[in-house]
Design a protein around this ligand. Structure first.
Ligand code: ARG
Length: 406
């Protein structure tokens, strides 16, 4: 019996050419494409194309809700922005894709999984780490890493093997997109001194072309997750989609950065994540209102660790689960509404409330006669608060004058 392999299939030229290439290596190929909200994903077409190119079986799986509910939510709760700004768009879909591929492999008694990442990026690490975690017995093939073909050689191979070659000029960019955003690299972007041209962007207008009037929206959070826009309840995948549109029209969510990859190189990426920009700014403000101070000050340490673990292919690890358990616990009080102002590229909170969990006490904070804060107590508090430094000065006189110098 011929060995079976399950291929992460996108419908593009690289993973289509991978089908005959894997057949030449002696495998029967089962193709699987996941819809994680990438734009214009014609899943029927992609499913048929895999069979046309030679796959013995082809799956098209709608994983948009699973992606939103199980992979995006940790990023929101943990305010996870790699190196301060990248909301981990591509890093999130990899473990989900592998989860489905491993399930399919088990159904068909397949011996291996194939993916089509280059040998220079993070995604190969994320795919393969997930395979090792979910079934260490499975073999791994990465045709793209192994081809070493020029574009011309790839096209010749495609023609010889009846793989349709897209007509017209190839996009100069390498793009990966899903519900949570879009990553774009290569081509003219490889020179970091080149400004990203207009055609590098796909989800946003330039901020200067955005409407001259601001748009205000109320985002409702339950346990740290956005559940409604202006009071209208939406499932998370739909909420993200409608925010992508609204925020994209306001020029929000563009990130143009040099980033440190796992494999040691720096790369220049141009990201768009309009919904993420709005949701994450709102979520952080919701936490400002509802988290107790020590929790608020401690949580970023865990967030930093989790963010790097997501980027660095450590999604399926015991430490990830334990740290997420901490994060989840903090979110039980993160309930309320944040009003966001969307205007020419910026998304800022302008008002916030929580009927159930606000720790803001107007009677404590006010400077009016409604004041309930015990100001008398403040003087004693300050004496004790500064006591250690006061004693130190009395003994050592580093900053203060000695009595005899007076
Ligand atoms: N550098 C990003 C990451 O590692 C994006 C990777 C995919 N990018 C792309 N343009 N194809 O998460």
């Amino acid at each position: 019996m011929t060995d079976k392999i399950v291929l992460a299939y996108s419908g593009g030229l690289d993973t289509s050419v991978a089908i005959p290439w894997l057949q030449d290596k002696g495998y029967d190929v089962i193709a699987a494409c996941l819809n994680v909200g990438q734009p214009n994903a014609d899943m029927d077409f992609i499913q048929k194309k895999a069979k046309q190119v030679g796959a013995i079986e082809s799956y098209a799986i709608d994983a948009q809700d699973e992606f939103a509910d199980e992979y995006v939510t940790p990023v929101i709760k943990a305010n996870a922005l790699y190196e301060g700004d990248y909301p981990l768009v591509s890093a999130l879909s990899r473990p989900l894709i592998i989860k489905h591929l491993v399930e399919i492999a088990h159904q068909h008694d397949a011996v291996a999984i194939a993916h089509g990442s280059t040998g220079k990026g993070n995604d190969q690490v994320r795919f393969e780490a997930a395979i090792h975690a979910l079934d260490p017995q499975l073999k791994i093939e990465d045709p793209i890493r192994d081809f070493h073909w020029s574009r011309e050689e790839e096209i010749d191979y495609a023609k010889e093997h009846n793989v349709p070659v897209p007509i017209g000029k190839k996009s100069p960019y390498s793009i990966d997109a899903n519900l949570w955003g879009r990553a774009n690299e290569a081509g003219i972007l490889e020179n970091p001194w080149n400004q990203a041209p207009d055609d590098a962007w796909g989800m946003t207008v330039a901020p200067e072309e955005a409407p001259d009037k601001p748009t205000f929206i109320d985002l409702t959070f339950e346990k740290g997750i956005p559940v409604a826009i202006d009071g209208n309840k939406l499932k998370l995948s739909d909420l993200i989609k409608s925010l992508n549109k609204l925020a994209g029209e306001n020029g929000i969510g563009r990130i143009d950065k040099i980033e440190n990859r796992m494999v040691g190189i720096k790369s220049r990426e141009v990201y768009e994540a309009p919904a993420a920009a709005v949701i994450m700014a709102a979520h952080h403000e919701m936490e400002n209102l509802t988290l107790e101070r020590d929790v608020a000050h401690y949580k970023p340490l865990i967030e930093q660790q989790l963010t790097n673990m997501i980027y660095e292919a450590k999604w399926i690890t015991p430490l990830f689960d334990s740290l997420m358990a901490f994060i989840d616990d903090t979110q039980k009080v993160v309930n309320g509404v944040v009003k966001m102002k969307l205007y020419k590229g910026s998304a800022v909170p302008v008002a916030r409330k929580s009927d159930t969990n606000s720790l803001y006490d107007e009677n404590l904070a006010t400077y009016t006669s409604a004041d309930t804060f015990d100001q008398e107590a403040a003087a004693g508090f300050i004496k004790l608060w500064t006591l250690p430094a006061t004693v130190y000065e009395e003994v050592n006189h580093v900053h203060s004058k000695k009595p005899e110098d007076k």
